[in-house]
Write a protein that binds this ligand. Structure first.
Ligand code: SF4
Length: 235
């Protein structure tokens, strides 16, 4: 699956919803885009599937066969889906955080059953890294329409290389009192996609930002096998 750029002409000017996002999902894999509101994680599957208004928009490239399902609708249609889904088809799902935790757990179990039985592929969007930690094969962290880090989920939690990912991981509460640590929140607000910061889009909130970050866009670069981060000074 490749999306390069999705742009909209708005009253405020050109709004770049996704910028050079390129993602490959292997058959039978579950990949979870994640990030704050406005990161582009929900927009990614909707763009691929044209579930949004493209009157003034443009997708540079598209090659995908996906079915988009919200968690709440999955509760109602999950059983039918079991019998209709064909081997190797993809499902793009979005978790509804308002759902009861036990219902979410049941749905996740059902998704994993389907994955085992039918080799189903998932592009799974949830609001929070902690929700996808134990079910995803890989996690892609997005910020302001860009993919800033992608890695196998264990590796991402063990060794977050991008300062934004580190902030997201550090902000997850740990329920085990023995492992409680100081919670760190990412400072400031996510900027408007109509006026993204120059260079690295995260530089206005990054504690490591330098003048180079303000001028030069960091490219996704291999940190280790299967682990990529877009940062001039990765951890
Ligand atoms: S490139 Fe610079 S501003 Fe961007 S995340 Fe890395 S250190 Fe921070």
């Amino acid at each position: 699956m490749n999306i390069y750029t999705v742009e909209f002409h708005t009253k405020k000017g050109l709004l770049q919803a996704l910028d050079n996002v390129s993602l490959t999902i292997r058959t039978g894999e579950m990949v979870c885009p994640n990030g704050e509101s406005g990161s582009g994680k929900t927009f990614t599957p909707k763009s691929i599937m044209r579930l949004t208004d493209y009157e003034n928009g443009r997708i540079a490239q598209r090659q995908i066969r996906l079915q988009y399902i919200r968690f709440d609708r999955f509760v109602a249609t999950g059983i039918k889906l079991t019998s209709r889904q064909k081997d190797g088809d993809g499902i793009s799902g979005e978790a509804v955080s308002a759902l009861d935790v036990s219902v979410q757990a049941q749905i996740v179990n059902l998704l994993q059953d389907l994955q085992r039985k039918l080799d189903t592929t998932y592009l799974f969007i949830a609001h929070g890294l902690h929700i996808v930690r134990h079910i995803s094969d890989r996690i892609g962290v997005m910020y302001l329409g860009k993919l800033v880090e992608i890695a196998p989920s264990d590796e991402l939690f063990r060794h977050p290389a991008h300062p934004y990912t580190r902030g997201l991981v550090a902000s997850i509460p740990n329920p085990n009192p023995k492992n409680r640590r100081e919670l760190i929140t990412i400072q400031g607000e996510i900027p408007s996609p109509a006026k993204p910061p120059s260079g690295c889009r995260f530089h206005t909130r990054c504690p490591l930002a330098t003048s180079r970050c303000r001028e030069e866009v960091p490219e996704l670069t291999a940190i280790s096998t299967g682990h990529y981060a877009a940062c001039h000074y990765p951890y």
